[in-house]
Ligand binder design. Structure first.
Ligand SMILES: Nc1nc2c(c(=O)[nH]1)N[C@H]1C(S)=C(S)[C@@H](COP(=O)(O)O)O[C@H]1N2
Ligand SMILES: [Mo]
Length: 256
């Protein structure tokens, strides 16, 4: 058999290699999550090490057929322009409401930080880049899962267009509610990590993150940040304070 990591589902790989896990992990601790050493986040360590050591970096999350598409709940913020939302931000919320009232025609995604060509990408700019559609299962940490089709452009394409520098290690996503989250370069460059502007064949609806959200198919649902406003490429880990995973009691690495 030819071993093509990209064609093998992550679950099969993890299942098949699990017996190797103990031996491999005890000998190799060079790959630690950035939360390593934080006693409250020790759960990150084993999952991150297992995934980074055992999975080929491009192993794909399972993709489904159209017939498998199910109705998907909207969780967390469902309208960043509504002041009653838990994570409402006055300035960004008002800006979001204004952008939405104009059909997001003047929305733009700022790409900044460790990039040679920082800039702002309009929806039209993103739609001009090569498109990828994927039917995947969204798994929420609250215990539900649903299958949907997501259409967008690979984050790797945008990072290449912006000229991500060699010392880039993390990508941070800022949303129109107060949410901030980040992923490392392995997940950022994964072929199924996309900036999605379409869902089930239509424009991405407001409750699911309009106009553009992140889809990280290799991690639990909360890493797929909705309502994107700004992306920052960095060379060092930031816990993102009150807006980030750790102070909200979530694992930073939520690989599945
Ligand atoms: N900006 C932002 N992104 C977010 C959230 C949020 O509240 N705000 N909720 C997260 C959680 S917990 C989940 S499960 C998914 C839900 O996506 P959906 O609303 O499209 O189902 O979005 C994630 N991304
Ligand atoms: Mo979630």
């Amino acid at each position: 058999m030819t071993f093509d990591g990209a064609a093998l589902p992550r679950r099969a790989l993890l299942g098949g290699l699990i017996s190797l896990g103990g031996a491999a992990l005890s000998g190799c601790s060079q790959e630690n999550p950035p939360t390593y050493g934080n006693l409250l986040r020790m759960g990150d360590d084993l999952t991150y090490q297992a995934h980074r050591l055992l999975l080929p970096r491009r192993a794909l999350a399972r993709e489904y057929d159209h017939a498998d598409i199910s109705s998907i709940l909207a969780i967390g913020t469902v309208d960043p322009g509504n002041a009653k939302e838990a994570a409402f931000d006055v300035d960004y919320g008002e800006t979001y409401a204004r952008l939405r009232s104009r059909g997001f025609a003047d929305w733009g995604l700022s790409v900044e930080g460790k990039v040679a060509r920082p800039g702002v990408y309009s929806l039209a700019d993103l739609k001009r880049l090569p498109q990828r559609s994927q039917i995947t299962k969204h798994t929420c940490e609250e215990g539900w899962a649903a299958i949907a089709q997501w259409t967008g452009t690979q984050l790797s394409t945008v990072l290449a267009a912006a000229g991500a520098l060699p010392d880039a290690r993390y990508v941070t996503f800022h949303a129109y509610d107060a949410i901030v989250d980040d992923i490392d370069m392995v997940d950022a460059l994964h072929p199924q990590t996309i900036l999605a502007y379409g869902m089930n064949g239509r424009d991405l609806p407001v409750q699911h993150g309009a106009p553009v959200r992140l889809r990280v198919e290799t991690q639990l649902g909360y890493k797929s940040v909705k309502y994107l406003r700004r992306i920052v490429v960095t060379d060092r880990f930031d816990d993102n304070g009150k807006s980030g995973d750790i102070q909200n009691g979530w694992s930073w690495y939520a690989g599945i």
